[in-house]
Design a protein around this ligand. Structure first.
Ligand code: SF4
Ligand code: SF4
Length: 689
């Protein structure tokens, strides 16, 4: 009886502490800004829970740490049954679970997963103490040690408790099904009943108290993710991966009090705050971040941890102020430290290339990019604070419709070709309304000399394939990607609306572009403004034309070639097969992958408007990637993005002493190998004005 009272007291105490803490954490979420996301596609959501949470798929992207975590996670799911059995045994001698509590296979499963968790623990200790990967730098390591110790204690006590119960003949399972527990029971077999009963009580109590302590402690530690991870995954954005969080700009009703982006912690949405609770501090994002890898202050993990510290520091006062009323709330919010630079230094926010490596690596689906861009939006639109070199690019976007500040008429320069080439006569979409596809040239493809050649070569391939296409020419303006990603949402929306209007006015349905940024923005973000178009990246279209036999690569390449995947293709849009298909269709193209490729590609350093900013700290990202290309001993590094083309070409120029590797767009490689003939009559007709 006293035992039952005591355990009831402990359970009640733990429940009170847990519920109070959980209520506080829930209250803090309520301080965030609204986010109307709700799980809409339940079939997809259930699959996500099954794959990401139960199946641990993202964790298993990394085999050893993934297996380690999966063993512990799956172990705890199974061992929930032993926890119920332990508490039940304190309340009632001979307790067993209803229906399945004497079923041998359950006893075997429990034994197996006790071992699995212990194996997982050994792996965790080996990773943390022997391997010591850099991804843990900055994580709360003592907290992790404490949790590992608690789990070891929980496993030891459940095993000892089962062993003593076997010796007492109380284990509800036939011992033939519990070989591990039975093995541990051997030393206890000869003991008298009294000490065995005492040991049984001791182990059961130790086990129960460790469980209660663990449950309470996790709400105060990074292990809060045990509670929030599944919820965070449930509320994962249903937007396309490459699309940023939409921002409603009501310019007419703006006042001084209008919040643009995230300036203080309460400007973050409740989902962004939930992200902060859910971070496990595993450092996978940090290890994949090109900024961190090249010595910049940005670590997506530390960013999340700093924001979490900021939330917890301000949280209690904010909750108290909210209770007092609107005036107290407004006063408390006015006193909040600025997210930048008080909680996160500005440099951290500007270092991000929005490459998506962090989001992809994160096992609990934290969405770092939205948070970073929201902080940028505040810095740019509310504070007018951004790297000074960005100023001219933004001005050019606003006044000329492109970051280069070129006149609209110059958008046709590329059609003239080089010295040995004939001018191309490409119709404006208004002259060829029945064109199969609109070629979206993009600013880099129109104004950057290196990329003008790519546009020319790609257009030649389309002509050779007999595909009818047209352009917007001077009516095209920048898709807006650099403006949106730097945080200048109002410039982005102006450009997006202008383009959508043009495309709608010509009833454009299908677009092809050689720029992954144009591709991503038009395909994934223009729908936020009513612009829904079928968009295809040029590598995919070329692959299709090769497959259909409309383009035949016949001239042998005779070179070793590799391919650098653009982040906005491979990671944000799962577009990476076409480029390989095209390259490998070229005779004697000796193709090999870079170490980091496909979804794991390494950013060239130009995304997130970084193209227009100086890279002052650490190693330059383009040099890091160039070094990897040089190490591959390839003759040619193929690219599928005008910005990657610029960044890698610059990198090769800088490393000229070490390598004469060539940087070529996939379209250029293909054109060099395609046997040119006259364009088919049908297309010649369509191309003439
Ligand atoms: S998007 Fe890329 S650069 Fe930005 S924080 Fe994530 S990994 Fe780092
Ligand atoms: S943000 Fe995600 S990947 Fe990064 S440390 Fe936290 S849980 Fe790990």
């Amino acid at each position: 009886m006293p035992e039952r009272l005591a355990i009831t007291g402990f359970i009640l105490l733990a429940t009170v502490v847990w519920v109070r803490r959980a209520a506080m954490l829930y209250g803090l979420l309520g301080l965030g800004s609204p986010d109307d996301r709700r799980p809409r596609h339940w079939g997809r959501k259930l699959k996500q829970q099954a794959v990401v949470v139960l199946g641990q798929r993202k964790l298993l992207q990394w085999t050893v740490p993934g297996v380690m975590h999966a063993l512990v996670f799956w172990g705890f799911l199974v061992l929930l049954t032993t926890i119920v059995e332990a508490f039940g045994a304190i309340y009632q001698d001979g307790f067993h679970l209803p229906l399945i509590g004497r079923w041998g296979p359950l006893g075997l499963l429990q034994d197996a997963f006790i071992v699995a968790v212990l194996v997982g623990l050994v792996m965790a200790v080996a990773i943390r103490k022997l391997q010591r990967p850099g991804r843990f730098k900055g994580s709360h390591l003592r907290e992790a040690d404490l949790i590992l110790g608690a789990i070891a204690g929980i496993m030891a006590t459940v095993l000892l408790s089962r062993a003593v119960q076997i010796a007492l003949g109380l284990l509800p399972y036939d011992t033939r099904w519990t070989p591990v527990s039975d093995g541990v029971a051997a030393p206890f077999e000869g003991l008298a009943a009294a000490p065995l009963v005492a040991l049984d009580t001791l182990f059961l109590w130790m086990h129960a108290l460790l469980i209660l302590g663990f449950l309470v402690y996790l709400t105060y530690s990074k292990h809060l993710h045990i509670v929030t991870a599944a919820i965070n995954v449930l509320f994962t954005s249903e937007r396309p991966k490459g699309a940023l969080r939409p921002m409603h700009l009501d310019v007419e009703n703006m006042s001084e009090d209008t919040v643009l982006g995230a300036g203080v912690v309460t400007d973050l949405t409740w989902k962004q705050l939930l992200d902060l609770y859910t971070c496990t501090e595993c450092g996978r994002c940090q290890s994949q971040c090109p900024a961190w890898a090249t010595g910049k202050p940005l670590s997506p993990k530390l960013l999340i941890m700093d924001l979490r510290d900021g939330l917890f520091a301000a949280g209690p006062e904010l909750l108290a102020a909210k209770k007092k009323g609107p005036e107290a709330w407004a006063a408390a919010v006015a006193e909040l430290p600025a997210l930048n630079p008080d909680i996160v230094e500005d440099e951290v926010v500007w270092d991000c290339t929005t490459c998506g490596a962090c989001v992809q690596a994160c096992p609990v689906n934290i969405e770092h990019i939205d948070t970073i861009v929201d902080m940028r939006r505040n810095l740019v639109m509310s504070e007018s604070r951004f790297p000074k070199e960005m100023q001219s690019a933004l001005q050019n976007l606003e006044t000329s419709g492109n970051p280069w500040g070129q006149p609209a008429g110059a958008r046709l320069e590329w059609t003239k070709g080089g010295r040995q080439q004939a001018s191309l006569d490409i119709p404006h979409i208004s002259e060829a309304p029945d064109a199969e596809v609109l070629l979206w040239v993009g600013c880099a493809g129109a104004f950057d000399d290196r990329n003008k050649k790519v546009t020319y070569d790609f257009a030649r391939l389309l002509q050779i394939a007999g595909l009818s296409f047209a352009i917007l020419g001077p009516d095209e303006v920048c898709n807006g990607d650099p403006a949106r990603r730097v945080g200048a949402e109002y410039i982005y929306q102006m450009l997006a609306e202008q383009n959508i209007e043009q495309l709608h006015s010509h009833e454009v349905k299908k677009i092809v572009t050689a720029c992954p940024h144009c591709f991503n923005t038009i395909a994934n973000e223009y729908p936020q403004f009513g612009g829904v178009f079928e968009v295809v990246h040029h590598t995919e279209l070329l692959a299709q034309l090769v497959r259909e036999g409309r383009l035949r690569a016949s001239r042998p390449m005779g070179k070793k070639v590799t391919y650098h995947d653009p982040c906005y293709n491979a990671r944000h849009n799962d577009v990476w097969k076409g480029a390989r298909e095209v390259i490998t269709s070229i005779p004697e193209a000796d193709y090999g992958e870079l170490h980091r490729h496909g979804h794991s590609t390494f950013c060239c350093g130009a995304g997130g408007a970084r193209m227009w900013m100086e890279e002052r700290m650490g190693k330059r990202m383009n040099i890091e990637r160039t070094d990897e290309a040089i190490a591959s001993a390839s003759d040619t590094v193929a690219v599928g993005c005008p910005f990657c083309n610029i960044m890698l070409s610059d990198g090769i120029t800088e490393r000229h002493a070490d390598s004469d590797i060539a940087v070529r767009d996939v379209a250029q490689l293909l054109l060099e190998s395609v046997e040119e003939g006259d364009p088919p009559a049908q297309s010649a007709e369509k191309f003439s004005k």
